[in-house]
Design a protein around this ligand. Structure first.
Ligand code: PLP
Length: 410
């Protein structure tokens, strides 16, 4: 018998590298193996999917056989793009110039990020991101050859002076930011910060890529105005968004709002990566949205997650604060960020393994969220998700975490 072909010599270097599991994947597996309480999940909990409404929305989906063909709607189902345009205008998220022609439907915001990377990144160019930022975006930008640099941020997001210091010294392709309830920190940039960042971006002629999937999950009042809207007719902002957190991530439906100048380029990559996107899903989603009181749905989600956020904050105040561990208090989204430097821990990944194996509680180590060369910046920090955690579980999980901090030998 001959050996099966191994592909050993054909694999790209990125393909080999991607096989290295990310810290998020490692912690997810360890969490399941140890039957631990998970404070790691970055997705909605199954109990809040609108199952009955989705069943109704998809019941008549095969009545229109044209949905089974290659879609004729170039940028995705027109009706859904119209719905998105109306919604964004109603909610003050999009400026005057945005029409359905500026909307591209994607397989989740993840594909939107991929398309922007393919369209704007050349190998070796510099892309600025928040430090820390969404791990998958870092991988996607790096795959395209970008040199990602993390701009220092505080609890109000990117620090404008730090942003300017970097762009003064080097040429930058674009700035990627998650301005609301950021993944992984839960931070939100106030409008004044956004205005300053935009002003600097305009002075140095840099576009901004705003990734805003947590926009509507705002628990203490409305999210600040989007970069897209603040930039008005300037059109230097690309905006990605998603139905993953509003309906269900399995729908794989997101969107990009982009000015005319680059939409044909983005769409060309979109076609080459999969021709069209599933019209059946887009129509089912549209049926669901048309039959739903969207504001009531958002209010329900916010009420649910607010209870979880508050439960987690109470648990942290009770068990982590007395240990000197600092955490922030997010106004929305799924995450909060912890800093354990006061405990002397400088390898939080090792601590996280200890906690999951010995105390049966899982967190994600901070270094997963920094550009590869800057991973050291996350050596004492960690992400906690409260998305799937009810207050009683939060109390138990954080109690276990505090025991782990007390018992861990550095
Ligand atoms: C900041 C950010 N952008 C994009 C995504 C991808 O979302 P989607 O499911 O729409 O691809 C996520 C998912 O967690 C995220 O946190």
């Amino acid at each position: 018998m001959t050996e099966p072909f191994s592909f050993r010599y054909q694999l790209s270097s990125m393909a080999k590298e991607r096989l290295d599991p990310s810290e998020i994947g490692v912690m997810g597996k360890l969490c399941a193996q140890n039957k631990a309480i998970s404070l790691t999940a970055g997705e909605p909990s199954a109990d809040i999917y609108p199952i009955d409404e989705l069943k109704r929305a998809f019941a008549s989906i095969f009545d229109d056989t044209s949905l089974l063909e290659y879609s004729k709607d170039d940028y995705g189902l027109l009706r859904l793009r119209e719905w998105i345009t109306d919604r964004m205008k109603k909610d003050g998220m999009a400026p005057e110039w945005v029409t359905p022609k500026n909307i591209l439907l994607t397989n989740g915001a993840g594909e939107a990020i991929e398309l922007v990377a393919e369209t704007l990144i050349d190998p070796g160019c510099t892309v600025l991101v928040e430090a820390p930022t969404f791990t998958e975006t870092l991988l996607t930008f790096r795959k395209q050859g970008a040199n990602c640099i993390g701009v220092p941020a505080d609890d109000d997001g990117i620090i404008p002076e730090e942003f300017e210091n970097i762009v003064k010294q080097r040429s930058v392709r674009f700035l990627y930011t998650i301005p609301n309830f950021q993944n992984p920190t839960g931070r939100t940039s106030p409008v004044e910060r956004r205005v300053k960042i935009l002003e600097i971006a305009s002075r140095y002629d840099i576009p901004i890529f705003e990734d805003d999937p947590y926009h509507y999950l705002s628990y203490d009042g409305k999210a600040p105005e989007t970069y897209l809207s603040l930039a008005g007719g300037d059109k230097r902002v690309l905006h990605s968004n998603s139905f993953s957190k509003l309906v269900a991530p399995g729908m794989r439906c997101g969107w990009l709002v982009v000015p005319e100048a680059i939409i044909p380029h983005l769409n060309a990559f979109r076609i080459s990566a999969g021709l069209t996107r599933p019209a059946i899903l887009q129509q089912g989603l549209f049926n669901y949205l048309s039959a739903t009181d969207f504001e009531a749905r958002v209010a329900f989600l916010c009420d649910t997650y607010r209870v979880r956020r508050n439960g987690m904050a109470d648990a942290i105040a009770k068990y982590l604060k007395p240990l000197g561990i600092k955490t922030n208090y997010p106004k929305g989204g799924f995450f909060l960020w912890g800093d354990a430097s006061s405990t002397g821990i400088d390898d939080i990944a090792a601590f996280a393994r200890f906690a999951v194996e010995n105390k049966k509680v899982a967190i994600v180590p901070g270094k997963a969220f920094f550009p590869r060369d800057e991973a050291e910046r996350g050596r004492s920090s960690f992400r906690i998700s409260f998305a799937k955690v009810d207050p009683a579980t939060a109390m138990e999980g954080v109690k276990r975490l505090s025991e782990a901090f007390r018992e861990y030998k550095k």
